[in-house]
Design a protein around this ligand. Sequence first.
Ligand SMILES: [Zn+2]
Ligand SMILES: [Zn+2]
Length: 453
Amino acid sequence: MDKTKVFDFERLTTFGEVDCACGQKHSTDTKILAVGRGVIEELPDALKKLNVKRPMIVSGSFVFPTVGEKVCMVLDKANIEYSIFVFESNGTKKLQPNEEAVTEIIEKFNPICDILLSVGSGSVSDVCKAAATELNVPQLTVGSAPSMDGYTSASSSLEINNTKASVNVNAPVGIICDVELMAQAPMRLLWAGLGDIAAKTCSLCEWEMASVIKGEHYCPYTANMVKLSYERSLSGAPGIPERNLDSVQAVIEGLLLSGVCMSYVNSSRPASGLEHYFSHCWEMMAIARGKEYDLHGIYVGIGTVITLNIFKKLRYLRPDRARAEKAAAEFDRDTWEARLRRVFKSTAESFIALEDKLRKNDSKNRMQRVDKILEKWDKLVEILEKAPDPEEFEAVLRSSGMPTRASEIGLSADDVADAFVCSRDTREKYLISSLIWDIGYMDEFEALVKELV
Ligand SMILES: [Zn+2]
Ligand SMILES: [Zn+2]
């Protein structure tokens, strides 16, 4: 094993199934995970290993002149023929990961190609995974920035009907992350990667709490791997402003490992909790306002700092049944619907329909959860105590130069409050905000998050 590599990815990807004590068998569909300096040169070998002959390169207009050109050079040197499709430049606007972009790839795909070679980061990777799944061809990614942990995942985050949705797709068969190339990515993308990995300090706790309250499957083995992944990535934070290669490598390795963990349990649970819902909500709010949204990881990093502060306040609370009962009796469906419509405009209707299916607001269902929460409160506090101290943690993130407060990226105290209160309504996942609503403390915590802007 290369000494500069902390994680033995080769072992992770070729080890086959892990027969785990949690009762599940864990595996990943990704066969090649190459991370390190100069690993772009391994691309021809990777194609050979995957038994494919002609890649179709798909890239964005910003990334193609740097990483894309390098990919072409490596393929030319190895006498490998390829086809190329580069998304047209749209001024300074980022590529929108929507159905049109996926259709464009499908239409431009040269049928003599036998693999889709995605060159880029978040959006390009999302649309390529979806297109490759539709085309029924394997997909290999050459990463251009350590900006998120979704490279290895079997889901794509796509804009569908004015909302961001997670779509099930085939996971890439290979990922190549050349540290030297990725270190040159725009600084904001490097920060975004740190933000996305920071999330795991919260999501791990929420995962364990959901197993206690809702009986969701929980795997201590995978949880420990996620912990290793964020410790590894965050060790790189102070070296990010100088684009130190060891630091960038640390960030990438942690992000990839976190992605593998999601495949291991076939769920985003280990890697995504309330902090991610701040991001989902702010994205949807931007779409509803007709504005461009910020990078996923930038939102998630800020959401993480807020969530850690929520965890800390929650640790000192003693919830009781009377208060929860009072909140349940006072719940007003019209006020609840009106807020969703104000925040998300037309998209709110799908959240209202989701409630009609789930009935999470019904008093009886709510009080059943409350009883469980009260019964297990000491255990829940014990789990919350595993999360880092918010102030110390924010200082680690700040050492990279990244924004850690919503006001730094143009969001208001009301935007933070709306995202927090509505987070529990946008998808099915049980979040820490769901718990706070259940026990009747929403107003107190809404006031807290507003102060954290
Ligand atoms: Zn397990
Ligand atoms: Zn994420």
